[in-house]
Write a protein that binds this ligand. Structure first.
Ligand code: ATP
Ligand code: MG
Length: 547
């Protein structure tokens, strides 16, 4: 993997030169456990972990669980699984809720310093008096309460004496600040809800902007990397650390979110697809979630390579999904074995091949990776070939099978087609062919050459499998808008060479000339009438070109 020096590393180098921190470099990945991670999060994960690694520092996994209403342990478990699947090892596993006690005490400290007050206005009144970009906000009538009274009320909030929404704790900063985030932001709210970690211990919960710098400082984080939408929150992040007199405060640095064409990166939107039943679940192979792309058959190596190559910048941009697929293809290219699978079968009968006889044809597993060896597949009188490998009226330069033409059946013999058999609807049901026994592959035959080679599957021993092919999750309208794609999953029954029946869940192959496929990890054979289910990982060809 390359080791690109991005702008964040430049900042860190500067900090190291200036001796800004007397502690090792420390980063963290701070997901909110309110949904499954998506590939945008993978970018943040890679950035945090590889940065710590580059500087010989530490990286923590920290759940930002300050909003108990939306959070759930199902999400905590899936997030741990996803980070580990990407191949990263966190130093410490933390929860924002580990620090609820410290956050509460810090709030009392701010109150005593005259830097926070209890506001009894309603949520509507507070947001209505924040002003606008052109107008300053209005001060709350409770802004100048003496610290003793604030303390008494805040303790009452903690002790459950007041209903949700009755009052909040606000920072006392500046209602005329040009940055609206600095206009006395709310630090604590009342919520009589159980928390997945702390149960009913607390009925006041801290706001993200207040909690995050405290969590970072508590863990010795030096560089708190987050996405651009937090840029306007940085003054508040710094204010909290300064107001609490925390030494060597961590430094927040923002970077651009990853956006991808033909998909969507928002936990909220993805959750809606799951809740509405528009997809099979969080791990539907069309989903951009890590669970989805894992089931789809993408590899951690491909995702890391992708994150590495797209780099980190300040400017928002949208990456073409073709590039992600390109990375997947590159990663699989020399790692997967070929298998012959027929998608749109036509029966071939080789009239001069002895009935009842079977022999073995030797196939290379991967032309580009000889180390993957060879395999033997049965060949006999009746075979399946792909519909696209035969044409009744071939155009010029069509070198595959047509009446009167001879082609190589890969790994076996030269075969000539003589006659088409059709059913009463005019559909081709069978091709009558002959083979030349002198032409077996590997026999050294040099009598003549043929231009086309096609693949095939022995009919008697073929196994039926179910193949799921996928389109993109979203249609892009070309102007930045998107809508959910319809019919983006197609199911086909295909014929495969016998060894495919033994594929283990999660095993990947190239279905020769079709694309890369993975044995589905979830769908059992029994649920599909005995047929093994394969998910399309990615097709063979890319429309993506290096620019
Ligand atoms: P979403 O908008 O999908 O709900 P989020 O930002 O609310 O995402 P968090 O759980 O808060 O999700 O995110 C954890 C970390 O991942 C944050 O540091 C966030 O900035 C980062 N992150 C989230 N989405 C992206 C993305 N598309 N590209 C890069 N980083 C991201
Ligand atoms: Mg969030």
């Amino acid at each position: 993997m390359t080791d690109p020096q991005n702008f964040i590393h430049n900042f860190i180098d500067e900090d190291l030169e200036n001796g800004r921190f007397g502690r090792p470099i420390c980063t963290r990945f701070p997901p909110e456990p309110n949904g499954y991670l998506h590939i945008g999060h993978a970018k943040a994960i890679c950035l945090n972990f590889t940065t710590a690694e580059k500087y010989g520092g530490r990286c923590n996994l920290r759940f930002d669980d300050t909003n108990p209403v939306k959070e759930d342990t199902e999400y905590v478990d899936s997030i741990k699984e996803d980070v580990a699947w990407l191949g990263f090892h966190w130093d410490e596993l933390r929860f924002a809720s580990d620090y609820f006690g410290r956050m509460y005490e810090s709030a009392e400290y701010l109150i005593e310093k005259g830097l926070a007050y209890v506001d009894e206005q309603s949520a509507e009144q507070i947001s209505g008096s924040r002003g606008s970009l052109t107008e300053p906000g209005a001060r709350s009538p409770w802004r100048d309460r003496p610290p003793g009274e604030n303390l008494r009320l805040f303790r009452g909030m903690r002790d459950g004496n007041y209903a949700d929404g009755a009052m909040v704790l606000r920072a006392k900063i500046d209602m005329a600040s040009p940055n609206i985030n600095m206009r006395d932001p709310v630090l604590y709210r009342i919520a009589h809800v159980s928390h997945h970690n702390t149960g009913d211990k607390w009925c006041v919960y801290p706001m993200y902007d207040y909690a995050h710098p405290i969590e970072d400082a508590a863990e010795g984080v030096t560089h708190s990397l987050c996405t651009m939408e937090f840029e306007d929150h940085r003054p508040l992040y710094d204010w909290v650390l300064q107001a609490l007199d925390l030494p060597e405060p961590p430094r927040q640095i923002e970077f651009a979110r990853l956006n991808l064409t033909h998909t969507l990166m928002s936990k909220r939107y993805l959750k809606k697809l799951v809740d509405d039943g528009a997809v099979e679940g969080w791990d539907d192979p069309r989903m951009p979630t890590i669970a989805g792309i894992r089931r789809r058959g993408y590899t951690p190596g491909a995702v890391r390579r992708f994150c590495d190559e797209i780099g980190v910048a300040k400017a928002n941009s949208t990456v073409d999904i073709d590039f992600l697929e390109h990375c997947v293809r590159e990663d699989l290219k020399e790692k997967t074995e070929n298998r012959n699978v027929i998608f749109d079968p036509i029966k071939v009968v080789i009239a001069n091949y002895p009935e009842g006889q079977t022999e073995e044809a030797v196939m290379e597993n991967n032309r580009e990776a000889p180390a993957l060896g060879e395999r033997r597949v049965p060949f006999s009188r009746e075979l399946w070939i792909d519909g696209e490998d035969f044409m009744e009226e071939p155009p010029k330069k069509y070198f595959r099978l047509f009446i009167g033409n001879e082609v190589r059946f890969k790994g076996a013999y030269f075969v000539t087609a003589h006659e088409i058999v059709k059913d009463e609807n005019g559909r081709i049901t069978e091709l009558r062919c002959t083979y030349d026994p002198a032409t077996k592959s590997g026999s050294g035959f040099e009598g003549r050459k043929v231009k086309g080679t096609i693949h095939w599957v022995d009919a008697k021993t073929a196994v039926q499998i179910t193949v799921r092919e996928y389109g993109y999750l979203m249609e892009d309208d070309g102007e930045g808008g998107q809508r959910l794609a319809e019919n983006s999953a197609a199911v086909k029954a295909c014929y495969a060479e016998p060894s495919v029946a033994a594929a283990k869940p999660g095993e990947r192959f190239q279905f020769f000339r079709h694309g890369y496929y993975i044995a589905d990890a979830k769908q059992t054979d029994a649920a599909d009438g005995g047929a093994k289910v394969f998910n399309q990982i990615v097709g063979l060809k890319s429309s993506w070109k290096a620019k």
